[in-house]
Design a protein around this ligand. Structure first.
Ligand SMILES: [Fe+2]
Ligand SMILES: [Fe+2]
Length: 446
């Protein structure tokens, strides 16, 4: 059957979806939302511009949420959980092709000019078949998804227009078929099944990107430029976080979708942190590309192989243990400098950071219990490789009179103040808090 926006085979009101047709169609839409979240998540680290990374992070989060809403409805309509898991292990081949596209702009054009419009049409087709009264829950879900997909189209088309990406060549190949029982999808092939290796993220061409162990130029002497350099580094430490959490959505297909959904939310949080820091950078008179930048966290994530170790390293240690301390210190440092707006933004960032740490504690414990791995051993391994890695790239401590600049270099050092209140929110035990406090210069209740 040729692709049409309306389903002309429906000839009367008696052709409403029965439960089985409904779950078949919803299952196809579910697969597509899952695969799109993975596809764009995996591409974030390969997108060379900040606007695209930020836009993708939001689309990945919303697509992951669409999948979660559809998953909940599938379960309500009596699809068994293992069968739902199988729907995450199939694809429309165009998506695995786009996963490996050579050119990010070609991928962007295909997603927003072909794939998403076709998905939107199928969401509407499915909506038309939902029977009254009994299937209102599906209607409500689809209406919300359609509204957000329309916004994705606008966003994607605006990006394409802004970059002047032209339309040349034929549409990029066959899609899927909402009318077929198997959706025209291929089983056991999916985006992220064999993730594309990206050892270092791609960043804007105006930024000189250094490897984690390359030396950075010496810190500027004057106050203004030192502040700009410090905020520039904060911008890129959040940028590498978007790149990392996009990979979380892309690379961990064996974990429940709830994990991917929460990872996608973190990815979007990090995108908003980049936005807030670009604002801070601008207000302090700096600009992107003013200094070289590094992605040590991303490089460390990419070189660590174990899933459990990766989650402990990034979320339990870097986000939970360390970042919840530095955020408070950064906030207070901005306040000391009289920059109340930056302090306000940082206080919100802190709220996100607590969730990122809780995510780490929750899923690493869950994963260790599921796989029978020894949590303590995995923690020790993650900590040791983080320390070893840090020893290779750590900059000399900066003895600056500017508190914020000093803090930038000292996040795990003895100058650190442990935020005990945040650690309790993360679910750290008194013993763990004591262990952290022993290595720091003091503690604070926040
Ligand atoms: Fe962040
Ligand atoms: Fe974070």
């Amino acid at each position: 059957m040729s692709r049409t926006v309306k389903d002309f085979r429906r000839i009367g009101p008696e052709t409403w979806h029965d439960v089985r047709t409904n779950t078949t169609g919803l299952g196809i839409l579910y697969t597509l939302e899952v695969e799109l979240a993975r596809l764009l998540g995996g591409w974030i680290a390969r997108m060379p511009e900040l606007s695209e990374k930020i836009a993708f992070a939001k689309v990945v989060y919303e697509d992951a949420e669409h999948a979660a809403l559809l998953e909940a409805r599938l379960l309500e309509l009596r699809v068994a959980e293992p069968d739902v898991a199988l729907l995450r292990r199939r694809t429309a081949l165009i998506l695995t092709r786009l996963e490996r596209a050579d050119d990010p702009w070609e991928m962007l054009a295909a997603v927003f000019r072909v794939v998403k419009p076709a998905l939107l049409a199928d969401l509407r087709r499915h909506l038309e078949g939902c029977p009254p009264y009994v299937d209102e829950p599906t209607v409500r879900i689809l209406r919300r998804i359609i509204a957000e997909e329309e916004q994705h189209l606008e966003l994607g088309l605006a990006l394409l227009a802004a970059r002047g990406v032209g339309w040349d060549g034929p549409p990029p190949g066959a899609l899927w078929d909402l009318g077929a029982a198997d959706g025209g999808l291929v089983q056991d092939v999916f985006v992220g099944a064999a993730p594309v290796d990206v050892p270092r993220p791609v960043w804007p061409a105006v930024v000189e990107m250094l490897a984690y162990d390359d030396p950075m130029p010496p810190y500027p002497e004057d106050f203004e430029t030192a502040m700009q350099r410090c905020v520039h580094e904060l911008v890129f430490s959040e940028t590498e976080a978007i790149d990392i959490f996009g990979r979380y959505v892309y690379e961990f297909p064996d974990l429940p979708w709830q994990f991917s959904l929460e990872a996608a939310r973190i990815c979007w949080d990090e995108a908003r942190h980049v936005e807030l820091l670009l604002n801070v950078l601008d207000r302090w008179g700096g600009h992107v590309g003013q200094f070289p930048a590094k992605a040590p966290g991303y490089e460390e994530f990419a070189r660590e192989a174990g899933t459990l170790e990766r989650i402990i390293m990034i979320n339990v240690i870097a986000e939970g243990e360390v970042s919840t301390d530095t955020q408070t210190q950064h906030r207070d440092a901005f306040r000391e400098l009289g920059d109340e707006f930056s302090a306000l933004l940082k206080d919100y960032e802190m709220a996100d950071e607590v969730f990122h740490g809780q995510f780490g504690v929750k899923w690493s414990r869950w994963l260790a219990a599921q796989t029978g791995q020894d949590y303590e051993a995995a923690y020790a391994h993650a900590m040791a490789s983080l320390q070893e890695f840090k020893a290779q790239h750590d900059e000399e401590g900066v003895a600056s009179p500017i508190p914020l600049v000093r803090l930038g270099a000292e996040e795990m050092g003895s100058g650190r103040v442990v935020n005990v209140g945040a650690k309790r929110l993360l679910g750290f035990t008194d013993e763990e808090i004591k262990r952290l406090a022993a290595t720091a210069s003091g503690t604070v209740e926040d």
